[in-house]
Design a protein around this ligand. Structure first.
Ligand code: GAR
Length: 197
């Protein structure tokens, strides 16, 4: 079975959705989430992992001389745990060629907009500020760009008239929690073609 490491920096609601789906183990969830990699030791996602019995590897990037040296250490851990797939879930760092050369094509991300619209930080606010009527979420492969990798799955979220960043973000999160576990399961099962879940 594919061995999956989730990378997260924050609250971890997507981590939770992934763990809930894969641990419940319906037939289509052919894989195991065996590691949380976290770059923020105080993040709530660490508590979620402990509660779910998922081993945690915390790193403090600031204690390294470079992003590459930080990732070399992360890579050692991934090799030790024989990780097949990296799933980024609110991991708020750019990935360098160190991880990409080892896991290119086997690293997924979820982004809170319909890419290629609104890449980078604060995608929900970017969409509201722009005034779009439709936004959504995107699951994509990670490449060397910022949110530029191949799109694997998307879901639409309509912007409502009185939406604030909070209300829109809540519906975007709900869409992410449905889409991401299903998309990750598809991809690790070898169904890489773009899907409309
Ligand atoms: C999610 O909305 C995810 O799409 C976003 O961070 C949030 C993490 O929430 N990721 C990015 O913006 C990446 N550029 P969570 O910690 O509750 O899963």
């Amino acid at each position: 079975r594919p061995r999956i490491a989730v990378f997260a920096s924050g609250t971890g609601s997507n981590f939770q959705a992934l763990v809930d789906a894969f641990q419940a183990g319906p037939a289509q969830y052919e894989g195991d989430i065996v590691l949380l990699v976290c770059d923020k030791p105080q993040a709530y996602v660490v508590k979620r992992a402990e509660a779910a019995g998922v081993p945690v590897a915390c790193f403090t990037p600031k204690s390294y001389l470079s992003r590459e040296q930080y990732e070399e250490d992360v890579l050692l851990k991934l090799r030790e745990e024989r990780i097949d797939w990296i799933v980024l879930a609110g991991y708020m760092r750019l990935v360098t060629p160190v991880l990409l050369s080892a896991y290119g094509g086997r690293m997924l991300n979820i982004h809170p907009s319909l890419l290629p619209a609104f890449p980078g930080l604060n995608a929900v606010k970017q969409a509201l500020d722009y005034g779009v009527c439709v936004t959504g979420v995107t699951v994509h492969l990670v490449d060397e760009g910022v949110d530029t990798g191949q799109v694997l799955a998307q879901r639409v979220v309509l912007v409502e008239k009185n939406d604030t960043e909070e209300t829109l973000a809540a519906r975007i999160h709900a869409a992410e929690h449905e889409l991401y576990p299903a998309a990750v399961a598809d991809v690790v099962a070898g169904k890489l073609s773009p899907s409309r879940l």
